[in-house]
Design a protein around this ligand. Structure first.
Ligand code: AMP
Length: 287
């Protein structure tokens, strides 16, 4: 596995790759790699000749008081995991390499970023869209891979790629979960054993939503009410939002009878903020 900290040598390497007629798959990450990331690497491997991964804890997507400084970082472990997955090139730039003095250009996707995560984390998607634009310009992949776990992020990036006429295709990979349903996340390491048990409340709520819609409950507000009660019954959980929205616009839906709905959750377990989501559909339709 080749590793790069600087943009120019990475570009030179990638020029060589393209001259050989090879396709490039790209997986941007913030490191602290887990099986969710590895699923993206494996998917990239099945679709592309060369797999490029970036590890960059992007300061501009963290708000004041968020966990930028404490975000888990373990580059040596990550290098080992990526190398075991036969990643071809790993890019881990410094903050100065990505945001040199004088940096002032931003990418915004205002409507899709206004809701859910964006409404609670102002500026988050501006940071995400800007860094992903920069990374896609640097790597110029054929396909870039994102996880369904951060579904709103995928939608924002997919919109941005189309609006800015970027040439890569965006692929979304299903959420990888622990045996008890908890979505894998770099932030799960923050959870104490007791909190780790409580954290299954997100998956339990998603499963309840699926059961309710399958049993014929068609009112979104009724499902939301029941999920809120389920989350509130968990003493260590503080609910931030339970949203039932259209999977393309992220606008609230009222009836679940018409098609596929996205259920999106943000819940604090102690001081750790977790998100998860699932598609639900009425009997006879497939999510
Ligand atoms: P992160 O390092 O958390 O920024 O995530 C990097 C990429 O991995 C993003 O596209 C995430 O959506 C994806 N990802 C994170 N957790 C999971 C998971 N449990 N399953 C699938 N993809 C994931």
């Amino acid at each position: 596995m080749r590793t790069f900290q600087q943009i120019l040598p990475l570009r030179t390497y990638l020029r060589g790759v393209r001259e050989e007629g090879k396709t490039v798959g790209f997986v941007p990450t913030m490191g602290a790699l887990h099986e969710g990331h590895l699923a993206l690497f494996r998917r990239a491997r099945t679709e592309c000749d060369v797999v490029v991964v970036s590890i960059f804890v992007n300061p501009t997507q963290f708000g004041p008081g968020e966990d930028f400084h404490t975000y888990p970082r373990d580059l040596n472990r990550d290098l080992q995991l990526a190398s075991n997955e036969e990643v071809d090139a790993l890019f881990h730039p410094s903050v100065e390499e990505m945001y040199p003095a004088g940096f002032q250009t931003w990418v915004e996707v205002p409507e899709l970023a206004a809701t859910l995560e964006g409404s609670l984390r102002p500026g988050h998607f501006r940071g995400v869209a800007t860094v992903v634009t920069k990374l896609l310009n640097i790597v110029q992949p054929d396909v870039a891979f994102f996880g369904q776990k951060d579904y709103q992020q995928f939608l924002v990036i997919d919109r941005m790629v189309r609006d800015l006429n970027l040439t890569c295709r965006i692929a979304v990979v299903p959420t990888v979960r622990e045996a008890d349903g908890l979505a894998m996340s770099s932030r799960n390491v923050y959870l104490s054993p007791e909190e780790r048990r409580a954290a299954t409340v997100l998956f339990r709520a998603l499963r309840r939503a699926e059961e309710l819609v399958q049993s014929g409950v068609a009112r979104a507000d009724e499902v939301a009410r029941q999920l809120e009660a389920l989350i509130d019954a968990e003493p260590l959980a503080t609910r931030e939002y339970v949203a039932l929205v259209h999977p393309e616009t992220l606008q609230p839906v009222h009836s679940l009878a018409t098609g596929v709905t996205l259920v999106a959750l943000a819940v604090r377990i102690g001081r750790t903020r977790l998100i998860d989501n699932a598609f639900i559909a009425p009997p006879g339709a497939t999510a």
